[in-house]
Design a protein. Structure first.
Ligand SMILES: Cc1cc2nc3c(=O)[nH]c(=O)nc-3n(C[C@H](O)[C@H](O)[C@H](O)COP(=O)(O)OP(=O)(O)OC[C@H]3O[C@@H](n4cnc5c(N)ncnc54)[C@H](O)[C@@H]3O)c2cc1C
Ligand SMILES: NC(=O)c1ccc[n+]([C@@H]2O[C@H](COP(=O)([O-])OP(=O)(O)OC[C@H]3O[C@@H](n4cnc5c(N)ncnc54)[C@H](O)[C@@H]3O)[C@@H](O)[C@H]2O)c1
Ligand SMILES: Cc1cc2nc3c(=O)[nH]c(=O)nc-3n(C[C@H](O)[C@H](O)[C@H](O)COP(=O)(O)O)c2cc1C
Ligand SMILES: [Zn+2]
Lengths: 185, 415, 1001, 100
């Protein structure tokens, strides 16, 4: 049995922030992330624990530090500060003990980038097929979709600020495509 | 009138018009054999029925214009380097016939054995290619392994850099593989069959299959009326399910749009056929100079003869990776065909549960190359009422017993 | 040369002269010129050679429909673009263009001999000859034909340029920015709709850019254009896309547009994309693509200097170029009079206006007569003369009886044809709309719509400017309204003073009895003559589709834009059938040719497909690992030390694992967390193995079948809690397995309360395999008893390693004592570094996938996809043990009892012990009964795995052999590519440590 | 590229979806009792109609749900999409209700 008291260091795959013409890319700091599956009631219970509302279809509910992103009719993505991860997991499992559900930690599976600037929607349109006009994709909307050949979760936080979440190993592709797209703006 | 250089000269000097290449008769009330579908396979079947089995009272019924189905819209790749013994026998039979087809038909079908090179991009591809090569050699079919450098020597515009996303690790080359002029194949068989007495009836759609109380086939209902037949052979490619449904026969088929495209013509740059099943790119250059590029099928079944832009785009992505000098060239025309796909990606050639009704279908994305062989064995099957040994394994029954001939298992796509 | 044909006026910028070269000669033009207009200004008409006969050709048209003037534009390196239409190449300083398809020079081309051999080279001649002797086609004739065919040369170097992509959405997309399109865009935009207006030309305005007499809303037409563009530009919800071709109309109002961003620039900034693909989903579409003028079919109609009247008018009014000084017009359409008047005013002598119609009337004719232009009703041109440039015509008079009699020759240096206009219905047709034939005006116009689009203006056969504007306006409003936008009443622009298109002619023009000498072309680029079309019908090619393919009419790079209607009319006439019954050939995308690069867009290099790398990738890279592609992943293949070959490296890696231990990055392994009260039951149904009784903390191998009973994937499944499983699968199979599971869960086993979450990327996986494995990890692990008793083979525990939470598996794919450390991905690298540091104390190495393959093969462990190929059952693999006997059902079970799947002679997995221990067969080699099987023999099976085993000092081989498991000790032969098949003995497929003692160490 | 109405997320581009073949081909509750003929039909026989086709799609790069879709295989027009488990709509009624 080891006596190691060392703590391994975390290493993100995301490069540092860059500003392109009209849009700035920024890595989103490490977060606690859980996939929650189950009935709508399950999400309501979880939302209560977190102190947020159960988001409606294709929407995020959030406060300054936490968010619940609708992913599908029985699936939500919970985002919270990394320091809350263990405690939150426990509180959620306790609250949900009686309801059939699945709660899975994906804090390291996903990474996210933030895009901000007047060209943000144009840049995203390099690879996002959805209509990003505010009438069609208002602030607060979130969905899984494709960015080029990568699956992503897109969340509009402000008219020209987006949170773009993907699986870890797809991040270089996503950022590469953003970079290439910036040449085509 | 026999075609030759001399005939061409005579005609040029005299200014006389050439005779019709085939007759366009009205249907007779009945035939010994009615073939549904005047694609290459149907016309070849009729030709061999007349030529080799003495059956001249034969009609080929075509809803549109002859050769206008997949025969007229394919990328014309011919090869016989298939994996399974059953397939090898079938496609090799065809290649042997291709080799003498222009002379047989007195029609230049421009069979051009310029070599078909199939690229390997992964270790798995290499194993699969080697498996094909060993199996083909055993089957008496030429197929050889090329290093990336040898592959590039064979096709100089190939990008063998190790730095591309899916570097080329080698290739399997069948030198006897190549291309032929798709339209000429249909026309040559049509001319040959017509001369032997076969009636080719175009603009005549089969709308029903008439059956005796015993269940046996008695003929076909068409837009030109009822046409009696002792035997009916359905060779309708993408439309096979629709026709078989007329006799309440369900088929293990799904029809998908498959696209192809050509570039603007340029002077020769592409001396052979190159295929990459792994990243979905197929390219050759026609005698007229266009790059002929095969794309993939759409995800969904459809009879629309067109497809989505993303399908062609996917192929052009791959083409530009493999042949970066063509990136600046332009797509001239893009089109689609309807391919009938079986669960094991092998054709069905033989009897059906209905007496007198025979079927030849399921060639999916790769039946052009089989045209002469398919027609040849299907003619035998129709004439004798029993499959030829070469097509016996390609029965409908194999789906029940599980004796599939799964070419897809080893190679993702079969062109 | 001087630009002696340059006149006053036009939209070129005389303050910006440009020098450019064509076939090496330097000329002068101006900004705003096209290559064609600038060459014409310099008196150069000869711009190309035709495809088959190598006839000298000049420019026919002024736009996208140009069939003749095809050039290659080079910018050096890979920036060489063949087959560009000179009429669309915008001039820039230093532009270099070359003519094409000539052997020697444009003026002297030995290929022109084909022109003399014309009678031999009629439609389809190649199908009738070159057949003898057998084999000569491919060796002799074909290479010659190929060299003669083709147009320009493909670039020789890779294209260095960049291409961009943009997805876009709008309420109304307007294709074409002539009067109809501008009016439509304005009307739609005024109602608040999001509008995209695209025009393939560098300027909006379409035909109005060459309009001289018309006024719109009481201002000159071009002023109205300017004002309209300014108004549209001022609206933020309008996107104006000049130089943008709408090339494809796909399902559900999805359209492809390609924007040429930099080709017109002298020095394109390298950071900018050359072209941009726009993929637009439009709620509503307005097609305002105009109409294209038809040539007339008569002998010599292809000579340089013979061109469309509308083109001559455009060159004159828009570019300030006179295409000739002594001009003859040949027309069946009023609009030619507008051209005649404009050229006349610009200083040309109008030698004759030969009008096919016996009694032409209308404002154009009146104006021409008033200007004393020689209007000759009832007149045809029988032939045009001149080799490198038209120098005269033979006129013919149409008598009362309709017969044509020669009426003398007339000199000229330009001959303008006006056969009427063909509506540009390409996009409408691509949208699957049905065309209808307007009998009176002999044109196909849009009929029934299938998608949410409408046409306006020339595209719909409407030619009077006032009507075009009204129609455009109405179309724009209607589109906006259907998209949900209603506007207060804006009125349509009002126009007057134009000379509209009226009349026209299709087919071959009347000729004197007995015909005339000389070739009358229908399809200029493919050299298809009227006689070819007639000959084809005589040869039995009665369908227009057959005529097209036999003669190749309409198959050139212009896709018959100027020729299809004439070809159809000639065919209909020859077949004696009404034209609409003969019908048009299918319009296909693209409208004009589109660069491959623009369609591929960003998908090149690392963006061709995502490159997935594990958290430990960087370490392997630093160690100089070679990588292999597996699915989208890059996996470390082997770690060669400096000077080591791959084989040496693999031998070392394998031996090290067996002797001490090795570290392996297994992060790419697919992982799914299966959670819920019914998790075990779900796995029971998806895998052959039983899971109900698996204890928490233990693992089980799982074999997954497809419904047809064939092996599709496998992996180790660990139970973390009664309702929670950690399921692993093959790297390449992960997406497929998850989709397969979801499919059954959502659509078949809907009674089960269980959910699936992909955790592949949550966990980095470090495999530590070998006798020293426990010793290596022990110092780093906390909270887990690693002893054999507490943690036996096939168990899983949670705890921490290096302070990080871990799911620690005791599993082995090498046959050695082994652990797989799962840690959250961001910690993967640090934990690997720590484990590596420990491992080095034990003299171990990192190993790659190749060594992994060897090690597992030594143990007879299968790899799905290598030892199976989609036709293999569990029994074929000798894995009946993996089947839960008491389970009533699992996916694939029922199929296993089908007759062919229970045959005794099915290929079965066996080991093969080669007689020569140094012989490592090719994977894929065939198994045969004799050393020298006759060609055409059957195989008994094939080699699925084959390696040189260092620990055994010999080759190890696995294969699938017919009835193999009942044939132990039998000798078979394994094919080789370099000689006779080599003998091998059938053995059990396990070569090393058959009793599995090392596993339990 | 088709525009497909996901019953959960609304209209989305085809690329977000995976096609799932013919719909309403039910797997027997107890396959062991199914004879070869019927089992073969379940595995392989497909209607493949030229006209209205009931088919499965999964919103794979979206909400992840399987759902069913009635599409005309000649025009590719999607007539209706509905959630998995909902009954198969009446074909005749669907076709009369369509404008292309
Ligand atoms: C884009 C594309 C690329 C391809 N590339 C290759 C390749 O490179 N190599 C290769 O070997 N194969 C290729 N193929 C496949 C190949 O084209 C076909 O397998 C082959 O041409 C089939 O020939 P056929 O005679 O059976 O069918 P078809 O030529 O399609 O003939 C069937 C005929 O039946 C007619 N018909 C249908 N219904 C009726 C009815 N009710 N009444 C009367 N007539 C009817 C049709 O109109 C049609 O003319 C490709 C296919 C496509 C679409
Ligand atoms: N009064 C005249 O000057 C006169 C004379 C003769 C003919 N006409 C005809 O009357 C009509 C004028 O009005 P209109 O607005 O209908 O046509 P137009 O020709 O003025 O404008 C059509 C515009 O659409 C563009 N276009 C065509 N296809 C395109 C595509 N796929 N993508 C992008 N752009 C494309 C063309 O380049 C052109 O600019 C024209 O057909 C014209 O030829 C007018
Ligand atoms: C091998 C091959 C080469 C072709 N080359 C050309 C060509 O050079 N020009 C052209 O316009 N079409 C070419 N086509 C495409 C046909 O014009 C046509 O699109 C195809 O036969 C499908 O018919 P459809 O588009 O009328 O439905 C070619 C087709 C094939 C199969
Ligand atoms: Zn959805």
């Amino acid at each position: 049995m080891g006596e190691s008291s060392m703590m391994a260091e975390r290493r993100s795959i995301l490069p540092a922030a860059v500003a392109w013409h009209g849009v700035r890319y920024e890595p989103v700091e490490a977060m606690a992330r859980f996939v929650l599956r189950g009935s709508d009631a399950v999400c309501s219970t979880a939302a209560e624990v977190i102190g947020l509302s159960n988001p409606s279809v294709l929407r995020a509910s959030h406060d300054e530090h936490r968010a619940i992103l609708w992913q599908g009719p029985d699936e939500w993505l919970i985002l919270a500060p990394e320091v809350e991860r263990v405690a939150l997991l426990q509180r959620l499992e306790t609250a949900l003990a009686q309801a059939p559900h699945a709660l899975v930690d994906v804090s390291h599976r996903n990474v996210a980038v933030r895009l901000e600037g007047e060209a943000a929607t144009r840049l995203l349109a390099t690879g996002i097929m959805l209509d990003l006009d505010e009438a069609a994709f208002p602030v607060g909307m979130t969905t899984r979709t494709l960015f080029g050949k990568a699956d992503v979760t897109l969340w509009r936080q402000a008219p020209q600020r987006f949170h773009l979440e993907t699986w870890r190993s797809f991040a270089p592709y996503v950022i590469g495509l953003l970079q290439a797209g910036a040449r085509g703006l | 009138m026999k075609f030759s250089a001399l005939a061409l000269l005579k005609q040029a000097l005299s200014g006389e018009p050439w005779p019709e290449q085939w007759r366009s008769p009205e249907p007779k009330p009945a035939y010994d054999v009615v073939i549904v579908g005047a694609g290459g396979h149907g016309l070849a079947t009729a030709y061999y029925l007349a030529k080799e089995h003495g059956l001249h009272n034969v009609a080929v019924i075509e809803k549109g214009w002859l050769g206008g189905g997949n025969t007229g819209r394919n990328t014309t790749i011919i090869r016989s380097n298939y994996l399974w013994e059953e397939s090898q026998k079938l496609y090799e039979h065809a290649v042997k016939l291709w080799e003498g087809l222009s002379q047989e038909l007195n029609y230049n079908v421009m069979y051009s054995p310029r070599g078909v090179m199939m690229l390997a991009h992964t270790e798995h591809d290499i194993q699969s290619a080697k498996r094909h090569i060993h199996a083909n050699r055993l089957g008496g079919i030429d197929n050889e392994w090329l290093t990336p450098e040898e592959a590039q020597a064979f096709c100089p515009i190939l990008n063998i850099s190790r730095d591309i996303r899916y570097p080329i690790l080698g290739a399997a080359l069948q030198r006897r593989g190549g291309t032929a002029r798709h339209d000429a194949v249909a026309w040559g068989y049509a001319r040959g069959a017509s001369a032997l007495g076969v009636d080719i009836i175009q603009n005549c759609e089969v709308k029903g299959l008439r059956r005796a109380p015993s269940g046996a086939i008695t003929g076909v209902e068409t837009t030109k009326g009822f046409i009696g037949a002792k035997r009916v052979g359905v060779v309708a490619a993408g439309h096979t399910s629709v026709i078989m449904q007329m006799a309440d026969v369900q088929m293990p088929l799904e029809s998908y749009p498959l696209q192809a495209l050509v570039s603007e013509p340029v002077k020769p740059v592409m001396p052979c056929v190159v295929m990459s099943n792994t990243i979905h790119a197929y390219m050759s250059q026609s005698d007229k100079g266009e790059l002929v590029i095969g794309a993939g099928t759409d995800a969904y079944t459809s009879y629309s003869q067109t497809g989505g832009l993303h399908i062609s785009a996917h192929t052009l992505d791959a083409i530009c990776e493999l042949f970066p000098v063509v990136r600046r060239m332009k797509m001239l025309r893009n089109w689609g065909g309807i391919v009938d796909v079986t669960p094991d990606r092998s054709p069905i050639i033989g009897k059906t549960p209905v007496e007198g009704l025979f079927v030849n279908c399921g060639w999916g994305t790769g039946g052009f190359k089989a045209t002469p062989g398919s027609g040849h064995v299907f003619a035998w099957t129709l004439a004798k009422g029993e499959p030829h040994p070469i097509n016996a394994p390609f029965s409908l029954d194999r789906f029940r017993t599980g004796r599939l001939i799964d070419e897809a298992a080893a190679a993702a796509v079969a062109h | 040369m001087s630009d002696g044909f340059r006149i006053k006026g036009g939209r070129i910028d005389r303050a910006k002269p440009i020098s450019f070269s064509f076939d090496g000669t330097v000329y002068r033009g101006y900004e705003g010129d096209t290559l064609a207009s600038a060459l014409l200004a310099n008196g150069v008409h000869l711009m190309g050679r035709s495809f088959k006969y190598h006839r000298p050709r000049g420019v026919l048209a002024a736009g996208a429909e140009e069939p003749n003037a095809l050039v290659t534009v080079t910018r050096g390196g890979g920036r060489s673009t063949p087959n560009l239409r000179a009429t669309q190449v915008e001039l820039y300083e230093g532009l270099q263009a070359e003519s094409q398809n000539r052997f020697s020079s444009l003026g002297f081309d030995i290929g022109e001999i084909n022109d003399l051999a014309g009678p031999l080279l009629g439609a389809g001649f190649y199908y009738k000859t070159f057949m003898q002797p057998k084999g000569a086609w491919a060796k002799l004739y074909e290479p010659l034909i190929r060299r003669a065919a083709g147009l320009g040369e493909a670039p020789r170097h890779p294209d260095p340029d960049h291409y961009a992509n943009r997805f876009a959405h709008c309420d109304v997309l307007v294709a074409g920015g002539g009067p109809a399109g501008l009016a439509a865009a304005l009307a739609a935009a005024q109602s608040g709709a999001r509008v995209i207006l695209a025009d393939e030309q560098n300027e909006f305005g379409g035909s109005l850019l060459a309009e001289t007499t018309a006024t719109i809303d009481d201002q000159p037409a071009q002023d109205w254009v300017r004002a309209t563009i300014a108004a549209l530009n001022a609206m933020p919800h309008v996107t104006l896309l000049p130089r943008t071709t709408v090339f494809g109309y796909f399902q559900q109002n999805f359209l492809g547009l390609v924007e040429r961003v930099t080709d017109h620039q002298a020095a394109p900034p390298s950071a900018v994309a050359r072209e941009r693909l726009w993929q637009v989903r439009a709620k509503e579409v307005v097609l305002a693509t105009g109409a294209i003028e038809r040539p007339l079919v008569f002998a010599g109609n292809d000579r340089p200097g013979v061109m469309l009247a509308s083109a001559a008018r455009i060159f004159c009014n828009r570019y300030g170029v006179l295409v000739g000084r002594r001009v003859i017009l040949f027309t069946a359409d009023d609009s030619a009079y507008a051209a005649a008047l404009d050229l006349f005013r610009a200083g040309a002598t109008i030698m004759a206006i030969a009008d096919l119609r016996t009694n032409p009337t209308g404002p154009g004719v009146d104006a021409a007569r008033a200007a004393k232009l020689p209007v000759m009703p009832g007149t045809v041109i029988i032939a045009a003369h001149g080799r490198l440039r038209a120098d005269g015509v033979t006129l013919g008079a149409i008598g009362e009886d309709g017969a044509v009699r020669a009426a003398g020759d007339l000199p000229c240096d330009a001959l303008l044809m006006a056969g009427g206009f063909t509506p540009t219905v390409h996009l409408f047709s691509q949208s699957r709309g049905k065309l209808t034939y307007d009998e009176a005006r002999q044109m196909f116009i849009p009929g029934t719509s299938v998608q949410r689009e409408r046409s306006a203006g020339g595209a719909k056969g409407t030619f009077a400017l006032a009507a075009i504007l009204a129609e455009g306006h109405a179309a724009g409003r209607d589109a906006a309204q259907k998209a949900g936008f209603t506007s207060e009443a804006h009125v349509a622009p009002q126009a007057k003073g134009d000379i509209p298109v009226a009349g026209g002619f299709v087919g071959a023009v009347p000729q004197p009895k007995g015909g005339v000498k000389g070739k009358a072309f229908v399809d200029f680029q493919n050299d298809v003559k009227a006689t070819d079309i007639i000959a084809a019908t005589q040869e039995g090619f009665r369908s227009i589709e057959h005529v097209k393919r036999y003669t190749t009419t309409g198959m050139a790079t212009d896709q018959g834009k100027t020729s299809n209607m004439n070809a159809l009319a000639i065919a209909a006439d020859a077949l004696d059938r009404p034209l609409p019954q003969v019908g048009l050939t299918t319009f296909r995308m693209p409208y004009t040719p589109v660069t491959f690069g623009s369609i591929a867009g960003h998908a090149r290099g690392d963006l061709f497909d995502p490159v997935r790398q594990t958290p430990i990738h960087g370490w392997a890279d630093e160690q100089g690992a070679a990588f292999e592609n597996v699915g989208l992943w890059k996996r470390a293949w082997y770690f060669a030390k400096p000077g080591e070959t791959m084989h040496e490296a693999v031998v070392r890696e394998c031996m090290t694992v067996r002797r001490a231990a090795g570290l392996f990055d297994a992060s790419t392994l697919g992982k799914i967390e299966v959670v819920g009260p019914d998790a075990a039951e779900f796995l029971n149904r998806l895998y052959t193995n039983p899971f109900s009784k698996l204890e928490v903390g233990r693992c089980r191998y799982g074999l997954m079948l497809n419904e047809a009973g064939f092996v599709m994937d496998d992996g180790v499944i660990g139970r973390l809690a009664t309702d929670r499983f950690h399921v692993t699968m093959t790297t390449g199979g992960a997406p497929r397995v998850l989709a397969h599971m979801e499919d059954y869960l959502q659509t078949e086993f809907t009674d089960l309360k269980v959910w699936l979450t992909s955790t592949t990327e949550q966990w980095a996986v470090i495999a530590v395999q070998g006798p020293r494995a426990r010793a290596i990890i022990a110092p780093l692990v906390e909270g887990i008893d690693l002893s054999a008793e507490a943690m036996p083979h096939m168990s899983v525990k949670t705890g921490t390693i290096c302070g990080v939470e871990t799911r620690l598996f005791r599993v082995s794919f090498t046959g050695e004592l082994g652990f797989e450390i799962n840690v959250p991905s961001d910690y993967g690298r640090a934990v690997w570094d720590a484990v590596w540091a420990e491992a080095r104390k034990h003299d171990v190495c990192a190993y790659g996938t190749e060594a992994m393959h060897v090690l597992r093969a030594e143990k007879g462990y299968i790899i799905v996809g290598q030892d199976t190929d989609g036709t293999v059952t569990p029994a074929d693999l000798g894995m009946e043990w993996a089947i839960g006997k008491s389970k009533p059902d699992f996916v694939g079970k029922r199929s296993l009892s089908r007759s062919d799947l229970v045959k005794p002679n099915r290929p079965q997995l066996v080991g093969l012990r080669t007689a020569d221990p140094g012989f490592v067969p090719d994977m894929g080699a065939q198994i045969v009964p004799v050393a020298n099987p006759a060609p055409g023999s059957s195989a008994q099976g094939f080699v699925s795995s084959s390696y040189d085993s260092a620990v055994l000092g010999r080759s190890i081989v696995m294969g699938l052999v017919a009835g193999g498991r009942a044939r132990m000790a039998e000798t078979v032969f394994i094919t080789r590519l370099d000689g006779a098949a080599a003998p091998a003995t059938i053995v059990e497929p396990i070569f090393y440590d058959p009793d599995g003692e090392r596993l339990h160490g | 590229m088709l525009l497909i109405e996901c019953p959960y997320c609304g209209p989305r581009p085809e690329l977000e979806f995976r096609y799932g073949g013919e719909a309403h081909v039910a797997r027997a509750a107890d396959p062991a009792t199914v004879d070869d003929e019927h089992w073969t039909a379940f595995l392989f026989w497909r209607g493949n109609p030229k006209g209205l086709h009931f088919e499965r799609w999964r919103h794979a790069s979206g909400c992840g749900r399987f759902f069913n879709c009635a599409r005309d295989t000649v025009s590719d027009v999607i007539v209706k999409t509905y959630k998995a488990g909902e009954p198969k709509p009446d074909a005749a009624r669907l076709m009369t209700g369509t404008t292309p």
